[in-house]
Design a protein around this ligand. Structure first.
Ligand code: NAG
Ligand code: NAG
Ligand code: NAG
Length: 254
């Protein structure tokens, strides 16, 4: 029933009109601040799930919960949804950001000797459910970034600017091999749209829901301990919201 969503709703361009098939693009420019939610800037942020069509939310609901981690091996985690989540940050030079080579990282390990883990993705075994997200040691997934100021809303993106529609999806009651079959998780995947005769559609699989991951400012994000093996030199401010759950999206038109 909820097998496809229109391009317009995915891009958040017609947020209040997800059932309409007419698709009018309103132009937004960064000089137009009253038309977007109030935002701030911070180096650290948590990522909150924003189910773009609340009527399709899972049972139990995942709207407004956090991007979190489920340990699956040494310094390796599957991205899942939880009632709290780690503080992320965007690391990269301006050149890295321009070429989609910045990374979304989080600090892991003991407080006195932390190490960075990066948001990564890889094609899952279930083709229909797209790429699985991980938060693990190693190279950041290509194109993982917080959207730029030219986009009306600040959200996590993968390969922003690529000419294809994509969305994160949260799939309920999923198993993770490390935990066996009895434990269930809400896992996070990344799905690219397919084209058919009627246009470009994101086919959200049964038991999953399309969602944006929206940065909520985490000002308590601090410096690394003396002697850490990496530093904060290339950590940028990102556009984030004070309280994602408090935003009344119906007031904004994009
Ligand atoms: C958040 O979800 C609401 C629906 O509850 C939607 O109107 C809005 O466009 C979404 N915003 C983002 C940035 O995903
Ligand atoms: C952050 O980005 C800089 C610049 O590309 C890079 O040298 C550094 O290794 C990155 N830090 C981490 C923890 O990946
Ligand atoms: C998950 O399983 C529970 C219990 O069987 C069920 O009530 C719920 O609807 C399921 N949710 C999803 C998203 O499949």
């Amino acid at each position: 029933m909820h097998s496809s969503l229109l391009l317009s709703s995915l891009l958040g361009l017609a947020s209040a009109a997800t059932t309409s098939s007419t698709f009018t693009t309103r132009q937004w420019t960064p000089q137009d601040p009253g038309s977007i939610p109030r935002h701030s800037g911070s180096r650290g942020f948590r990522l909150r799930v924003n189910v773009t069509d609340p009527s399709l939310d899972l049972t139990p609901p995942v709207h407004n919960l956090f991007l979190s981690t489920a340990h699956i091996g040494p310094a390796q985690n599957r991205a899942v949804i939880g009632s709290s989540g780690p503080i992320f940050y965007q690391n990269g030079s301006y050149a890295d950001i321009a070429s989609h080579r910045a990374g979304i990282l989080t600090d892991a390990g003991p407080a006195e000797s932390p190490f960075p883990e990066a948001l990564q993705y890889q094609q899952g075994t279930d083709d229909i459910k797209g790429s699985e997200l991980f938060i693990s040691v190693g190279t950041p997934g290509a194109g993982t970034a917080i959207s730029r100021l030219t986009s009306p809303y600040s959200t996590l993106r993968i390969l922003e600017g690529a000419p294809i529609v994509s969305s994160f999806i949260v799939c309920g009651n999923a198993t993770i091999p490390y935990y066996g079959d009895s434990r269930k998780f809400d896992v996070v995947n990344w799905l690219q749209a397919t084209r058919d005769a009627t246009g470009t559609h994101l086919r959200v699989p049964e038991g999953c829901v399309a969602a944006n991951l929206v940065p909520e400012c985490a000002y308590e994000f601090g410096d690394l301990p003396e002697g850490a093996a990496y530093d904060r030199t290339f950590v940028n401010d990102v556009r984030c919201y004070e309280s994602v759950g408090a935003i009344d999206w119906t007031k904004y038109a994009y």
